[in-house]
Design a protein around this ligand. Structure first.
Ligand code: XIL
Length: 403
């Protein structure tokens, strides 16, 4: 829709960090050894199988929202067009207690022009959630990748320019938060405001930063709180499991807290790969947020089966080759994925500060990772392309299952 198509954005901006992150981390992540005595699976042992483990009957799958009811909401990203498809609908109705709009609540499409809004897709999702008794996360109000040009129109040399842009931002947030008042339980008010390198704490390659400097974050959070005194307010970002990026985010948070700016929690996107991180690294991020007195939400979890070098993100080169479904490499990747998913959910469940855990999608038939960082079929979620629970699902809900 614009020259800010998000599909390329992360590659351009993540490059350096991705290189170090993906290269530095080992695979699997906190897996340990697992008993095979559970009886739900007659799996052959782990990686030597050419067909993968035998999975339990899908009809015996426990509902995730019930399994984790004492711990956190179970969320999935979907827009109304996805949610209402039979495959997604069945999974959402059974397993989800939260939905995040994959795209429908972003400033593009909502912010058509100053004071003109298109709520059609978002309202369809509100209706779907209300019909099915599923809570809704608001995502998102301010993001460099969906920042319509009208916000920034005008002469930047004009002494009133900053005040004009600030007023547009505050009006947009006031109107949108008011529209969804009582319909969403939280907002990702600011998305991806942290720098990927040490040149700054802030993402400077953002039209918001260019126009207003770092203060746009404070303006946005204060406007959201003023419009809805009870909705929970989040800053959401990726690579929070990376200690240096997290250090920059925590410095931003400390500055906001010192100024008394309203902020309830941090969203950890957790767009991971089977070799990019460990559950221990993620747990350290949860601990740092807790130490600030904030809530943790896992907002966009998916685990790519590909281990790509940084060049894949920055220039699309050197990306891992397409893996064929049913091949040995496929099953080996799904096994690593299952072990990492298990270790992560175990870590989430141990922390009372984790209130919501969302996967970025419903099932492998629809995932943004089929187009990012390159076009390639990926299998990053808990349910397969037919909507059946994968090894990863069983690893999460059954400690005795051998992926
Ligand atoms: C993605 C959607 O999944 C895609 O459909 C869209 O083309 C681009 O945005 N971080 C975020 C999400 O905060 O909003 C992004 O969603 C994925 C990365």
């Amino acid at each position: 829709m614009s020259n800010r198509m998000p599909v390329n954005r992360r590659g351009l901006l993540l490059g350096g960090a991705a290189t170090s992150l993906l290269a530095a981390c080992g695979g699997g992540g906190g897996g340990g050894s697992y008993s095979s005595g559970g009886g739900t699976s007659s799996s052959s042992s782990s990686s030597s199988s050419a067909s993968g483990p035998t999975l339990p009957d899908p009809s015996t799958a426990p509902a995730l929202k019930t399994h984790f009811a004492a711990n956190f909401k179970i969320g999935m990203a979907a827009d109304a067009s996805t949610a209402t498809q039979a495959l997604s609908n069945a999974i959402l109705v059974k397993h989800a207690s939260s939905i995040t709009a994959e795209n429908a609540m972003k400033a593009n499409p909502i912010g058509v022009s100053e004071g003109v809004y298109d709520y059609s897709q978002a309202d369809a999702l509100v209706t779907y959630c209300q019909t099915n008794g599923i809570a809704l996360r608001g995502h998102n109000l301010v993001w460099h990748a969906t920042a319509p040009a009208w916000f920034f129109a005008g002469n930047t040399a004009d002494p009133t320019y900053k005040a004009t842009v600030r007023a547009r931002l505050e009006k947009y947030i006031t109107d949108v938060v008011t529209h969804f008042k009582g319909k969403v339980y939280c907002w990702d008010v600011v998305n991806e405001c942290t720098s990927d390198d040490s040149s700054s704490n802030y993402r400077t390659a953002s039209p918001w930063y260019t126009a207003l400097g770092p203060d746009y974050i404070e303006y946005a959070l204060r406007a959201a709180r003023a419009a809805d005194p009870t909705v929970q307010l989040f800053i959401n970002d990726y690579s929070t499991e990376d200690t240096s990026k997290r250090g920059r985010l925590m410095a931003i948070v400390a500055d906001l807290q010192a100024k008394g700016v309203p902020l309830d929690g941090i969203g950890h996107q957790l767009h991971l790969s089977i070799t990019s991180t460990t559950a221990a690294a993620v747990d350290a991020a949860l601990a740092d947020v807790e130490a600030k007195g904030l809530i943790n939400h896992v907002t966009e979890l998916d685990i790519s089966i590909y281990s790509d070098p940084g060049s894949c993100y920055s220039s699309g080169s050197g990306c891992a080759a397409q893996v064929t479904a049913g091949s040995q490499a496929y099953y080996t990747a799904l096994q690593s994925q299952a072990l990492l998913y298990r270790a992560l959910y175990n870590a989430f469940a141990k922390r009372a500060s984790v209130k919501s855990v969302t996967t970025w999608g419903v099932a492998d038939n629809h995932t943004w990772l089929n187009g990012f960082p390159i076009t390639r079929t990926n299998y990053p979620l808990l349910f397969d392309t037919s909507g059946n629970p994968k090894s990863a699902f069983w690893a999460v809900v059954d400690a005795t299952f051998v992926p």
